[in-house]
Design a binder for this molecule. Structure first.
Ligand code: ADE
Length: 231
């Protein structure tokens, strides 16, 4: 049986470069959102942007799997860099994802942990291998590391450094770990790719506005090459 691949972003800019390349496009409206069904070089895909943040990302990932029966989920978008190695436009894939704003430390638990959960949810190994293969074919540098997620646009050096030190994270964003929790609970292989839009510092909002579109496209183009390799 052939795969049904979900491609998810958070913002319109993150999915537009993908939707614009689909054949047989059909838009389904469901749960206050649009789902873009189509095919890419013969592979069935379903594309959606969730809106920003963990709650919307949870809703969209769940619908892609439970209603549309997607069996693989690829997330594409932008992130703020924590690692000084990462510059605007660079790509990072998540080895694992954690929630930097999840805090019941008052009960003696570590940051990012709640009972019966994990601090860090690992992304699918095979999909990460596919990404490395695509990067080497394209001659692109691809960093693999921990991505930290929270319902917060980080524009503060101290907060960024705290997240980096606490979770050994290399980049941060606002949806990845929510998608990871949904996919791991439902046994769906998933993968999160981000291109850097800013350095999560005091200039982050300006850098984000300037580079959202170009970095989102870098990530989207890479994801489409992965679809070609997976199918
Ligand atoms: N996504 C891109 N840049 C970000 C930042 N600085 N904080 C949170 N999410 C982001």
């Amino acid at each position: 049986m052939s795969r049904k691949i979900a491609i998810m972003g958070a913002m319109p800019e993150e999915v537009e470069p993908i939707v614009s390349k689909l054949d047989n496009l059909n838009i389904v409206e469901y749960a206050a959102n649009k789902y873009y069904e189509g095919s890419y070089n013969g592979q069935d895909v379903l594309v959606a942007y969730s809106k920003i943040g963990k709650v919307f990302a949870t809703l969209t990932a769940t619908i892609l799997i439970e209603k549309f029966k997607c069996d693989t989920l690829l997330f594409s978008g932008v992130a703020g860099a924590i690692s000084p190695e990462l510059k605007v436009g660079d790509l990072i894939i998540a080895e694992g994802l954690c929630q930097h704003d999840l805090d019941i430390t008052a009960f003696g638990h570590p940051y990012g942990y709640v009972p019966e959960g994990d601090v860090c949810v690992a992304a699918d190994e095979h999909l990460r291998e596919v990404a490395k293969q695509v990067a080497s074919q394209k001659g692109l540098r691809l960093k693999e590391g921990i991505i930290a997620t929270g319902d917060q646009f980080v524009a503060d050096e101290a907060r960024k450094n705290w997240i980096g030190e606490t979770f050994k994270a290399d980049a941060l964003e606002m949806e990845g770990a929510a998608v990871a929790v949904v996919c791991s609970a439902l046994n769906v292989p998933f993968f999160v790719l981000r291109a850097i839009s800013d350095a999560a510092d005091m200039d982050a909002s300006f850098s984000f506005d300037e580079f959202l579109e170009s970095s989102a496209k870098i990530s989207a183009d890479f994801i489409l090459s992965m679809v070609d390799t997976i199918k």
